[in-house]
Design a protein around this ligand. Sequence first.
Ligand SMILES: [Zn+2]
Length: 283
Amino acid sequence: MLRPLLPSFLSVVALTPVIVQPTDVLTATVTPLAPRQGDTLQVSIQSSAETPPQVRFGPRTIPVFAIGAGQYRALIPTTPVLKPGGYLLTVQGATQARRIPIEVARRSFPVQRIWLPPGKSDLGTDFEFDRVDAFKALITPELFWTGPLRRPAPGRISTGYGVRRYYNGVFAEDYFHRGLDYADATGTPVRAPAAGRIALVGYEQQGFEVHGNTIGIDHGQGIASILIHLNRINVREGQFVQAGDVIGTVGNTGASTGPHLHWGFYVLGESVDPTPWLQRGLN
Ligand SMILES: [Zn+2]
């Protein structure tokens, strides 16, 4: 007996799968909304896709880190030498993208005029610059800190972040003060501004002619502190520290003209202004 054609045909129709586009959730928020040169942009992303989103800032690919189920974060440094103006932030998910225009505002920084005597020799060794560069290039997947940063020394800020310079009357296009200087007496305790792993210890007598006695703390995920011109160093490479731990003392080592602590705060190898991080921190 032949089976009727019609029911067979219908069953085929009924089995044809309906193709549904996966509607993954992708949201991205950026703070601060109106950044100025030196600010760090924090991009918070929610994505239901299985693959992590990709973030670009202008032409630059920015590392993205998972911070919870379906939650991601990317931090984007800006500096005084980043051209002010419009940049496109792109968050690319599995099936969709978010395009967020970001306007980086010009910020006016104080200017110093430095007069160098002719024939002044250049300080600094390849050894110290190679070690410092390698430290700043670290992007460790783990995150070692949360919350606001704490100031590493008690003194007043003698030179702020981003100060520009003229040398012998010529504007130094690439120079800006990559950190905060705290005026404190030699021997004043220096504290870790946030938790992390000691990833760099350098001594003046080993060749750290410019930085002097130096501690580099890897806070994780491309965030780092460098503390230089120290007198004493109380830590060793590989050691983990907590925020507020005394790691050394203020000094006048390296290219320094008086006792002070220089603290540089770096995101993806670029010096950002730590001041907003002292107030709002990372959560
Ligand atoms: Zn300094």
